[in-house]
Design a protein around this ligand. Sequence first.
Ligand code: ZN
Length: 395
Amino acid sequence: MNFAMYVHPSDLRLANTRRVYRSLLAAGRSSRADLARRTGLSAVTTGKVVDQLIEGGLLEEVDLQSAPTGRTVSAPVMGRPPRVVCLSRRARFVAVQLGARECSLMSVSLGGQIDAPSRVSVPSPKRAELFLEAVAEAKDSVCPQQPLAVLVSVPGVLDERQNRVLFSPNLRWTEHAELLPALGRAWSAPVVAVQEVQSLALGHQAFGGAPESFLLIEFTDGVGGAVVTNGRLLESPFPMSGEIGHIRVPTVQRRCGCGNDGCLETLAGRPGLIETFRTSLRKPRATWQDVSNHVASSGVESWLRDTIEATGMVIAGAVNLLGLREVVAVGELTEMHPDVILRIEDAVRRHALCSRFAQVNCRAAPGRRILGLVAAATDRVLLPEPALVATRAAG
Ligand SMILES: [Zn+2]
């Protein structure tokens, strides 16, 4: 980061604060010395930032034994009880995940740990009013206190500025204009809504170790994508991007939830995989469990190859267009068997132009949606990003 770009000392302080906070979000817990080392800030600056964040209630300092499990281990200092800092476990967010099969509400800590007993799941309703009634009923058991924000993961096309879902092919009721504002009012807190695949990309990034630029694809009932370039979600002028699941595969005639025929997700989404399996193996009553058990034991067989080839071709198109070389796959298709991602990678490499002179990498990764929601809340509500001089000059 180029600090010369900031004018005000307060902006620099905020940038340092964000750096320390982000580092803790990735590490889970850390000694002050490790924080300084990882952020590249001086011990004095790190100490000041940590003290401020503790005073503001966002951080706490605890004995190592009582700290949440960290992802990095620091060597204990002999003779002194080790003290570490972690994100506050008292301050809470409410997280709401809207899904095609079920919707869930839960209380999460600033570090993204779910408070398991607070979790309430309801079958996805047909109308927004029914969901809001369920929220009103569950509200106090999910989070009796006022949270710092209500974090909402939404499928479909989200207009973040208007806090409104514009189009959701598989969950039409979420398009209700009052849905997101009403969730905020339920807990008297600001709403941070994030498109569900973008929240996975933010989570992948916040966990640490992610490439600066990548395409993330999620395979569940549908297939969605999110693009991160130079460490940031791709900004598009229209509130829609990454809809890789609705790219047409010419040889496929299946009707998609979006109204078109032959979208990639009619092949690589859960219902599409079940349908192909049933037809190809002549098992008309096979369930999702049957499909995933079969792939887990038999690997990638011929019935799955066309789907993988189509997926690889569509990804290669995105890779060609965006100039990305790192692809991260999350979800059911790649979780079924380790060969799936290798076959996808092989197809992408065969079809992507940059393979002629550079390497495209595809990796399967766990989904970290809650961590992504928490990261979004950090950027939008807790520590909003300082304005850059360049942006001001341009504006
Ligand atoms: Zn579609």
